[in-house]
Design a protein around this ligand. Structure first.
Ligand code: UDX
Ligand code: UDX
Ligand code: ADP
Length: 480
């Protein structure tokens, strides 16, 4: 029986291993983590992450061929294939601060593997890492090898949160990079056989190590670039009277462009896009390619611009001040169907509104009040000017309330900001919400989930990203 161990029971490691266990009943899969609370949650009825379909998969395999454990060393020692899926945040200090990936967790995982291994291992890079990380890991392992042979593979994960299980069941492609030596090819084949249990052979792509590593960074950069492109066009739509949905539809009909990832929004968030682009920027700079670095930086700059443009629009349309006004925020997660708030645009928007002394009332169906408070209290790291850290005033965070009900959040509010595209926000009783708000009542739709015309009929003043503006908004021009 092949034994797989995955180091890191997070958003990537947990769901990926659960699906491997489900699809490969003859493989034993153990997910290990240094966080005892995380492992306890994976072993309980309340999984540590919310992901549609995940609970079902875990329930089918847990205790059968899927296990969660804190005994990292034991399971690493016993495994044939070790996936490493630990966090790789952006460095906040030292060399490369603000851009480079912090590989502390990766390095300590590699050293631990070298310490405890007694048999040959295939070590698989699962977390997104800078290009050539595999080579560094290989060095750590072979310099501490005690005669054991290690093969390093890069097998980046392309799942998106909220659709993780669907993406894992039916991936567009599985990418496996390895050394072009006989041993390397053998290791690639071994991993290929795992995926071949459910993924059609023609969707399993094999490349050299660096192509695999770079493909992950490039895919995320190009996806994010599409969003920044359409968001940049959204600003122009507002200025000209074009409608960004119509433009995106027309553009996406070109089969060379395609319709996906062209939804204008208040900005992209999530743990990957910004981090991976910054990583790419740093790698370009280190390789003497400043023009390429500047090109990709612009994708993040437009994203930052989109968020501050939204805040400016809110403030300017409410007579240039939101001081003391209640603003309801619907949605805090970085996208629908997840409770994840990493890099969510809601953090920057709320901080911007708090900076103008608004009183904010937040409702998100999956994010806890504690999480929201932690996010808002955290210092924002300025990637472009890493020397300046913006302090967040604790008194500002006191102006935030978190509720478990959209009607409660919007009661008595002057304005409503929709920051996540949860389906339930499409079905709210907006007439009831209008009744209970201060007048004039504003809605700022950062995700284009509501029908502006219908809301205008109720009496709202409506701003939708990239859509033709109300007369009111035209009369109150924002500095954008
Ligand atoms: C373009 C648009 O495709 C077309 O829809 C529009 O109506 C007019 O402009 P055209 O300029 O005739 O058409 O050719 P196109 O095939 O788009 O190529 C433009 C340039 O891009 C060429 O120099 C081509 O060699 C280059 N190209 C195209 C690349 O370098 N790489 C590619 O992947 C595609
Ligand atoms: C992304 C990649 O899609 C995935 O392949 C990779 O493995 C990890 O990073 P994820 O961050 O989970 O996945 O979600 P994604 O669906 O890509 O959305 C990222 C952000 O972009 C979200 O904030 C989303 O709301 C935003 N987005 C997405 C838009 O604003 N417009 C779009 O058209 C699509
Ligand atoms: P991702 O979104 O990439 O899955 P997460 O932050 O959700 O990232 O998960 C990474 C997990 O890796 C965390 O639960 C963390 O505790 C775990 N981790 C980090 N370093 C180690 C290590 N050396 N050994 C075991 N687990 C680790």
């Amino acid at each position: 029986m092949v034994k797989i161990c995955c180091i890191g029971a997070g958003y990537v490691g947990g769901p990926t291993m659960a699906v491997i266990a489900l699809k490969c009943p003859s493989i034993e899969v153990v997910v290990v983590d240094i966080s005892a609370t995380r492992i306890a949650a994976w072993n309980s009825d309340q999984l540590p992450i919310y992901e549609p379909g995940l609970e079902d998969v875990v329930k089918q395999c847990r205790g059968r061929n899927l296990f969660f454990s804190t005994d990292v060393e034991k399971h690493v020692c016993e495994a044939d294939i070790i996936f490493v899926s630990v966090n790789t945040p952006t460095k906040t200090r030292g060399l490369g601060a603000g851009k480079a990936a912090d590989l502390t967790y990766w390095e300590s995982a590699a050293r631990m593997i070298a310490d405890v291994s007694k048999s040959d291992k295939i070590v698989v890079e699962k977390s997104t890492v800078p290009v050539k990380t595999a080579e560094a890991i290989e060095k750590i392992l072979t310099h501490n090898s005690k005669g054991i042979s290690y093969q390093i593979l890069s097998n980046p994960e392309f799942l998106a949160e909220g659709t993780a299980i669907q993406d894992l069941f039916n991936p567009d492609r599985v990418l496996i990079g390895g050394r072009e030596t006989p041993e390397g090819r053998k290791a690639v084949q071994a991993l290929k056989e795992v995926y071949a249990n459910w993924v059609p052979e023609d969707r399993i792509i094999t490349t050299n190590l660096w192509s695999a590593e770079l493909s992950k960074l490039a895919a995320n950069a190009i996806l994010a670039q599409r969003i920044s492109s359409v968001n940049a066009i959204s600003a122009l739509c507002e200025a000209t009277g074009a409608n960004v949905s119509e433009v995106a539809y027309a553009v996406g009909k070109d089969s060379r462009i395609g319709p996906k990832f062209l939804n204008a929004s208040v900005g992209f968030g999530g743990s990957c896009f910004q981090k991976d682009i910054l990583n790419l920027v740093y790698i370009c700079e280190c390789n003497g390619l400043p023009e390429v670095a500047t090109y990709w930086k612009q994708v993040i700059k437009i994203n930052d611009y989109q968020k501050s443009r939204f805040v400016n629009r809110v403030v300017s349309s409410m007579f240039n001040t939101v001081s003391g006004k209640k603003i309801a925020v619907l949605g805090f997660a970085f996208k629908k169907d997840t409770g994840d708030t990493r890099e969510t645009p809601a953090i920057d928007v709320c901080k911007g509104l708090l900076g103008d002394k608004a009183k904010i009332s937040i409702y998100d169906p999956q994010v806890s009040a504690d999480q929201i408070r932690r996010d808002l209290a955290m210092n924002k790291f300025d990637w472009d000017h890493p020397i300046h850290l913006q302090p967040t005033s604790p008194t500002a965070v006191k102006e935030v309330t978190v509720t478990w009900d959209a009607y409660e959040a919007t009661k008595g509010a002057h304005g409503v900001c929709i920051l996540t595209e949860w389906d339930e926000f499409k079905r709210l009783d907006y007439a009831k919400i209008y009744e209970n708000m201060q007048k004039p009542a504003f809605i700022f739709d950062g995700r284009n989930v509501v029908d502006p015309e219908k809301l205008r009929e109720i009496g709202f003043i409506v701003y939708s990203i990239g859509k033709p503006l109300d007369q009111w908004l035209k009369d109150m021009p924002a500095v954008v």
